[in-house]
Design a binder for this molecule. Structure first.
Ligand code: NAD
Length: 658
């Protein structure tokens, strides 16, 4: 709502100033726009008209553009601002120019007039000191372009009054802007501070030899930011980013300049504006979006490495009462179009994981910006780790059921099943088969659960059927009973499961532990994971690998069943058994990303996909049944007994063919 009769002055009609004047005029305010020459003002007015025409064409205006423009008065004489109630300064980023200007404005305006500065880097209190109205002086930081960006940062100087703050919040609201409040005058405020952390880390990632294409595809397709880092830097201008960092450093922000950016500035590779930056453009100021595609390489770059320093910074901002948790996250979602703010991301990936990445970066670089903020340490000590523990920076729906051999945790809207007999490599005894099924049923019957993740505790995913259990079978009858009571119900449940199933294979996945993956929808594997179907070595056979595996994955599953050869995670990916292979420390991160991907599709679409896929699987149910019967037949053989015996005694089996 318009603040009645407020007369707005905008000084500086450049990139930002003309946009700010336009926003105020659209909202209904009378605006006086001032700059040093009439020519600059004429051009600014032309740009405003052009922008208003565009907005009108898109149906974004309630009034005729001409009427809106009629509310803007331009003047190169500063005195034209003498009747203003609220002045927004948007002149060149130079503290001397700004201070001199405020001194002049002080002399000509009413003492109640509020002065707001759009500075990006200069402390508000320093500028306020050039006036006698520090209580009526405030930072009002718009983003570029002001007409499109939905948010402003409102920054309190040391002496800004509550009344001035409230007036500024109301003004922001009245021109259709959301805002965040920066309660203390820190260099870079929120967005530039957090951005600097991410930008610098993106440059160290490149310094460590990662390809810019892999960095950018990780940022776009894993973090889901709207632009890759190099892509963004090119768009904004390498020099702009470089100098902004230097300004913040000058004002006491713990940062350093990036060697890569410095060299690029020196070489005139300034990004889109010079025709070349990280990427090449047809000519200066002609923008063609770099062609960034998802790649295997994007899984090499750890997304948490990119954002951990920003999360650390966010923790510092909260602990020092600079901004609220909500405002910090809002500043990055609305100011930078991140899909989630840094603190939500910390909760998603796990605050303990963030801390370990920071600790490692501190060791590797020795740079103090990686000193873990006490707030993060405190959260880890209190087991407030984020979504996985139910509490972090936010509270999350969380529920835990201990089934004994299996742990089940409901984390917000997904179920995490952890096979939990680490001392036995999570091998499948009767209890494990049964509790795994119970956990799956619990997740299936919970309407809030969107998908299920299965992983293993300790160094193994699942070592396969427990040989101790199998060696106790006296005859085929025992094997059949086991099949009917334990194996078949779980296999049937998996093959017909109505919700997406993801496995996060953290290590050894042998025998049944390898085969169950054939019934999951998405298989994510640590590069340390190793698969095998070595049942033949103990006189048995892998029923799922020889049925679903050969039909749905690859003829090669027959080779692995016939040899017991180990399958590396990469080989498993090549044959289509595994979807994504990641460095071990990224397995939980990539799992959280895939849960998010599933969350993005509609629950009904997911159910439709599952019905269709399950129908295909059912097409091979007879073959799986046949293979299971073969296994039961083998279980009554002499060779089966010999295989179990030899395995348990660590001996070579003597096969008789009986
Ligand atoms: P700009 O160079 O496009 O415009 C600055 C304008 O100020 C020019 O038209 C110039 O003639 C005018 N000017 C200079 N001295 C003046 C004076 N004494 N009196 C009146 N007018 C004067 O710069 P910009 O990008 O619009 O930036 C303006 C301010 O906004 C800076 O403080 C900048 O840090 C801040 N800012 C910029 C961006 C951005 O992305 N460009 C974003 C947020 C904040």
């Amino acid at each position: 709502m318009l603040i009645m009769s407020l007369k707005i002055g905008v000084v500086g009609a450049g990139l930002m100033g003309h946009g700010i004047a336009e926003m105020c005029a659209i909202a209904g305010y009378g605006v006086t726009l001032s700059d040093i020459t009439d020519d600059i003002l004429r051009k600014a007015l032309e740009k405003i008209k052009w922008s208003l025409q565009n907005l009108a064409k898109k149906g974004g205006l309630k009034e005729d553009p001409e009427r809106i423009v009629s509310r803007i008065r331009t003047s190169s004489n500063l005195k034209s601002l003498s009747d203003a109630d609220y002045i927004i300064e948007a002149v060149k980023e130079d503290s001397n120019i700004k201070k001199e200007l405020f001194g002049k404005l002080e002399a000509i305006t009413d003492s109640n007039c509020v002065f707001a500065t759009n500075t990006s880097t200069i402390p508000i209190s320093e500028l306020a000191s050039s006036t006698k109205r520090a209580d009526r002086f405030i930072g009002l930081h718009f983003f570029n372009p002001p007409a499109l960006m939905p948010i402003v940062e409102i920054i309190r100087g040391d002496r800004t009054s509550d009344e001035t703050l409230e007036k500024t919040r109301n003004l922001a609201r009245s021109i259709g802007k959301d805002y965040v409040t920066v309660k203390k005058d820190v260099p870079g405020f929120l967005v530039n501070r957090l951005n600097d952390r991410v930008i610098l880390e993106s440059m160290s990632i490149l310094e460590d030899g990662y390809r810019k294409e892999d960095l950018d595809s990780m940022v776009r397709f894993r973090l889901n930011f709207p632009m890759g880092m190099c892509e963004l830097l090119d768009f904004v201008g390498i020099d702009t980013v470089f100098y902004a960092g230097q300004e913040m450093k000058k004002r006491g922000f713990d940062t350093r300049s990036s060697g890569i950016l410095k060299k690029m500035v020196e070489a005139g590779k300034l990004g889109m504006k010079s025709g070349e930056g990280f990427y090449k453009y047809p000519k200066p100021n002609v923008y063609v979006r770099p062609n960034i595609m998802p790649s295997d390489g994007m899984y090499l770059v750890n997304p948490l490495r990119l954002i951990s320093a920003a999360i650390n910074e966010a923790a510092w901002l909260i602990r020092n009462d600079v901004a609220s948790l909500e405002d910090i996250d809002k500043s990055m979602t609305l100011g930078m179009n991140w899909p989630e703010g840094p603190l939500k991301l910390a909760d998603k990936f796990g605050i303990d994981v963030v801390v370990s990445v920071l600790e490692q970066r501190l060791i590797d670089s020795g740079e103090t910006r990686f000193n873990v903020d006490p707030l993060l340490k405190e959260k880890v000590e209190k087991n407030e780790l984020g979504k996985k523990s139910g509490n972090g920076f936010y509270s999350w729906k969380w529920d835990h059921t201990d089934f004994g051999a299996v742990k089940y945790t409901k984390i917000q809207d997904y179920g995490l099943i952890t096979l939990n007999r680490p001392e036995k490599l999570n091998s499948l005894n009767e209890e494990e088969w049964e509790t795994f099924r119970l956990a799956l049923e619990k997740a299936r019957d919970d309407n809030e659960i969107r998908c299920v993740v299965v992983t293993g505790e300790g160094r193994a995913f699942c070592g396969g059927d427990d040989i101790d259990m199998m060696s106790k079978w006296k005859s085929a009858v025992d094997a059949k009973k086991w099949m009917e009571k334990y194996a078949t119900p779980l296999i049937d449940l998996l093959a017909n499961y109505p919700k997406p199933l993801i496995s996060a294979v953290n290590g050894i996945a042998f025998g049944g532990g390898c085969e169950l993956n054939l019934l999951f929808d998405i298989v994510l594997a640590s590069e340390k994971a190793v698969f095998a179907t070595p049942e033949g070595l103990i006189g048995a056979m892998p029923p799922l690998a020889t049925s679903y595996g050969t039909a749905l994955v690859s003829r090669k599953m027959a080779r692995y069943a016939l040899t017991g050869d180990w399958i590396t995670a990469q080989e498993a990916k090549q044959i289509g058994f595994v979807d994504v292979v990641v460095p071990h420390e990224q397995l939980t991160i990539v799992t959280a990303e895939f849960v998010d991907k599933i969350r993005r599709i509609s629950p009904m679409a997911a159910a439709g996909v599952k019905s269709a896929v399950n129908l295909v699987r059912q097409g091979f149910a007879d073959q799986a049944k046949f293979a299971a019967e073969e296994l039961i037949r083998l279980a009554s053989s002499e060779d089966f007994k010999e295989g179990q015996r030899a395995f348990l005694h660590k001996q070579k089996p003597e096969w008789t063919g009986k």
